[in-house]
Design a protein around this ligand. Structure first.
Ligand code: GLN
Length: 208
């Protein structure tokens, strides 16, 4: 089944996600308008700056429509800033910063601290079978971590070593997926393939 996945294209690394989704077998389109949102089966919220994307969502009158689609069960995947946007609760947001919500987690913005603003490490992600033989190389750029996972959500990956060892960096709740890191910049499409599979499953249940 071909699924159409939008990438919210207000700010951030939109092109990289479009390429990774296309490589993962989905039809991928940028979403800037309501009509474009209405035409997709699922939405990716890219990495970038969550405070800016929050403001632009409101300026483009997209925040209400995206919230409605999420509430109606549209699958979504957020990387980094996108993870912040999908979180029900944030720590370290700026005054008035809002999230779209959906994931029963508390996300801590810029959690890894100034000294380790950006770093790379390998992680194993539940639900990615190949990760047994080859971990996913995770690139973190001023990334959040998941401070707390509520009962509705499940942690899929943790940092395995170093000062942030044990911190949760990937979560899932039904057809919502979020990572602190940026799989779209590594050429490894396994996270995107997992999401495309989630979208196919969700689409199969509404259009059998
Ligand atoms: N620190 C950014 C924020 O708060 C996220 C960084 C990223 O997406 N690479 O939105």
């Amino acid at each position: 089944m071909t699924v159409t996945i939008g990438v919210l294209a207000l700010q951030g690394d939109v092109r990289e996600h479009l390429a990774a989704l296309t490589a993962s077998g989905a039809a991928a389109v940028p979403v800037r308008r309501r009509a474009e949102l209405d035409a997709v089966d699922a939405l990716v919220l890219p990495g970038g700056e969550s405070t800016t994307i929050d403001k632009l969502l409101r300026a483009f009158d997209l925040d209400g429509p995206v919230r409605e689609r999420l509430a109606a069960g549209m699958p979504a995947y957020g990387s980094c800033a996108g993870m912040i946007l999908l979180a029900d609760r944030i720590e370290g947001g700026i005054d008035g910063q809002r999230t779209l919500g959906g994931l029963d987690v508390t996300v801590r913005r810029n959690a890894f601290g100034r000294q380790v603003d950006s770093f790379e490490t390998d992680v194993r992600i539940d639900g990615i079978p190949e990760s047994e033989d080859r971990p996913v190389h995770a690139v973190f750029i001023r990334a959040p971590w998941v401070q707390e996972v509520g009962p509705a959500a499940t942690a899929l990956a943790r940092v395995e070593s170093g000062p942030a060892a044990g911190r949760i960096v990937a979560v899932r709740q039904g057809s919502l997926l979020a990572t602190s890191f940026h799989p779209e910049v590594t050429g490894d499409t396994r996270v995107h393939r997992l999401f495309v599979e989630m979208v196919r499953e969700a689409a199969a249940s509404v259009r059998p």
